[in-house]
Design a protein around this ligand. Structure first.
Ligand code: ZN
Ligand code: ZN
Length: 325
């Protein structure tokens, strides 16, 4: 049986075969200018504010893992606690800092959003450990991934296609949410033969209070920028209070730009969806590209200046810094 393979509507060739990876390693895609470190005295200004315990909160655990709390409900995104993001435990990109929370130290988790099945977003040990501690978690995953979860005994799984909407109700907390899956420009696969057999996506989560829309956040997942998807997401969801957006894995540009966003692309996404507050992710934890870990906040700073935007509207937070949104 020929298995279905998903595609990106706005780009035909994302250059992700073994051949393309080898060419990257051989320097074929290298930028003309070397990637400089940011100025030694640079630090992105992050305002320090008192936490209001009853307001929605968010904390960056690491990589694309956030813990979001709203109306007493806690949602995790792309949980990874592994030492390496790799099919093998002894080889592959190694983490450069500890997660800011431990799985044992987590408060009760109600739902998890999985953007796609790359090893840095779908980590088997983390999924198993979370399922063991919180067996009632509801998992929201792209179409093609349900079987992966069922094989591991996880049955509360909702598969979604782009532009599907589903309801999350946590009766014990009196909380209700609409969860919508939205497009991303990326790819999927965990081995040599399963390329693009499951989908990749972002999620928009709208909280309801007494039946009316309350706060709304957008978890972007892994994506390149294009002129269509994010403008449409911004039109369909006119109120995005928080956008969790990738700002790392963008060098060399010619290799990365088909499937990842640079800080400047992230600033475009931030503007297209008219986000009230954005936070950077997919940087610092694992080295997956040629830019150094200190470069994304500086490139974000340059892009925010270029578009004349207020710096505190898009923050490259350090892991463990909790803020209200
Ligand atoms: Zn990915
Ligand atoms: Zn990734």
């Amino acid at each position: 049986m020929i298995k279905k393979r998903y595609t990106n509507p706005y780009i035909k060739n994302i250059r992700r075969s073994v051949w393309h990876f080898l060419r990257w390693q051989w320097g074929h895609y290298d930028d003309v200018l070397p990637i400089a470190a940011p100025p030694a005295d640079f630090s992105y200004p992050v305002p320090r504010k008192e936490i209001k315990p009853d307001e929605p909160k968010v904390v960056w655990v690491n990589h694309s893992t956030f813990l979001i709390e709203i109306d007493g409900v806690r949602i995790l995104t792309d949980p990874i606690w592994a030492k390496r993001c790799s099919p093998l435990s002894f080889i592959g990109p190694k983490r450069s800092h500890d997660p800011s929370l431990t799985i044992d130290g987590l408060p009760e988790i109600d739902a998890v959003l999985i953007s796609h099945n790359h090893y840095d977003h779908l980590d088997v040990q983390s999924v198993k450990a979370l399922n063991k501690r919180f067996p009632h978690i509801k998992w929201f995953v792209p179409v093609g991934l349900r079987k992966w979860f069922e094989k591991r005994g996880i049955l509360h799984v909702k598969e979604l296609r782009w532009w599907e909407e589903t309801f999350l109700h946590i009766p014990s907390k009196g909380a209700k949410f609409w969860i919508s899956s939205v497009p991303a420009q990326h790819h999927s696969g965990r081995g040599l033969f399963d390329a693009n057999q499951s989908l990749w996506m972002g999620f928009v989560v709208k909280a309801l209070r007494n039946g009316s829309p309350n706060k709304c956040f957008y978890f972007v997942g892994d994506t390149a920028y294009n002129k269509y998807d994010f403008k449409k997401i911004g039109e369909i969801f006119p109120q995005i209070d928080l956008c969790l957006c990738p700002i790392g894995t963008y060098k060399p540009s010619r290799f990365m730009l088909t499937v990842h966003s640079s800080p400047e692309d992230a600033v475009q996404i931030h503007q297209d969806v008219k986000s009230a507050l954005s936070i950077g992710m997919h940087w610092k934890t694992f080295k997956l590209s040629d830019e150094g870990p200190s470069r994304p906040p500086y490139d974000l700073y340059l892009a925010m200046k270029k578009y004349n935007l207020t710096l505190e509207k898009f923050l490259p937070l350090e892991p463990g810094i909790e803020i209200n949104w």
